[in-house]
Ligand binder design. Structure first.
Ligand SMILES: Cc1ncc(COP(=O)(O)O)c(C=O)c1O
Length: 234
């Protein structure tokens, strides 16, 4: 009984204190009044809340717990690496894990995609890729070749540039974005497919939309097309 009371008291304190933690897309009007479920632990594909309810972790965290919760071999590998070396700067030094991981990614990547640049997440990966494009065209003496084409309703991240490339209406309503550089074309989504239109015709139309955009902006000014090959948040 005492144990149960102690747990629920801890949970109640956590739920209250959680209002100091600004969650993504938090409703500021509710700030101070939120009563969120507290997740205490995970095991495999399940997470458990503070009332002991077992919940299926459908999205796998946010697609980042894709080998499940509580994987001992992963915890041991992280432990071993931290005890051996926590971090070293990649500017002028290198390490075995970074080299091996680059090789493993390059081996899976198609064609001549044989070089790997590490970032801290998806948004910074998109941001870095776009800045590489800008850098590349600057050093080639083509500073005007900077325009980016992406899809309406696509999602590419939450840094200033990756959010600007994204095309979700909700994200675009009340935030500022990079202007004059990014062009959003309609996505290959059934929303824009005409009644009775064949898939092949719709695809031809999507390709034509991209071509029209390139022609309108000018091929010599278009640098990159960004799209989600597999739909995640978009
Ligand atoms: C297609 C796509 N690109 C970029 C991102 C941004 O990744 P992150 O949340 O790791 O910054 C996401 C995240 O959902 C995504 O789905």
């Amino acid at each position: 009984m005492r144990g149960k009371w102690a747990v629920s008291r801890v949970t109640a304190d956590l739920v209250k204190a959680d209002n100091q933690f600004i969650h993504p897309w938090d409703d500021i009007v509710k700030l101070g009044k939120n009563k969120r479920t507290v997740i205490e632990r995970g095991d495999g594909v399940y997470v458990y809340d503070s009332d002991g309810n077992r919940l299926l972790d459908g999205p796998g965290g946010m697609w980042c717990v894709n080998i499940g919760h509580g994987r001992e071999e992963m915890a041991r590998a992280i432990y071993d690496q931290i005890m051996r070396l926590s971090y070293t700067s990649p500017w002028s030094l290198t390490t075995g894990p970074a080299v091996k991981f680059s090789q493993a990614i390059a081996a899976e990547a198609p064609g001549d995609l044989n070089h790997v640049f590490f970032t801290t997440g998806g948004s910074t990966a998109v941001d870095s890729a776009l800045r590489f494009v800008q850098f590349y065209n600057n050093v080639r003496g083509k500073p005007e070749k900077k325009h980016i084409i992406s899809h309406k309703k696509g999602y590419h991240g939450s840094t200033y540039l990756s959010a600007s490339v994204s095309g979700k209406e909700r994200d675009r309503n009340s935030l500022d974005f990079v202007e004059g550089l990014i062009h959003h074309i309609s996505a290959p989504h059934s929303l824009w497919k005409a009644e009775g239109q064949k898939d092949s015709e719709f695809l031809d139309q999507c390709v034509a939309n991209l071509e029209d955009c390139i022609l309108a902006v000018g091929a010599d000014r278009c640098a990159v097309f960004v799209a989600e090959p597999i739909l995640a948040s978009g």
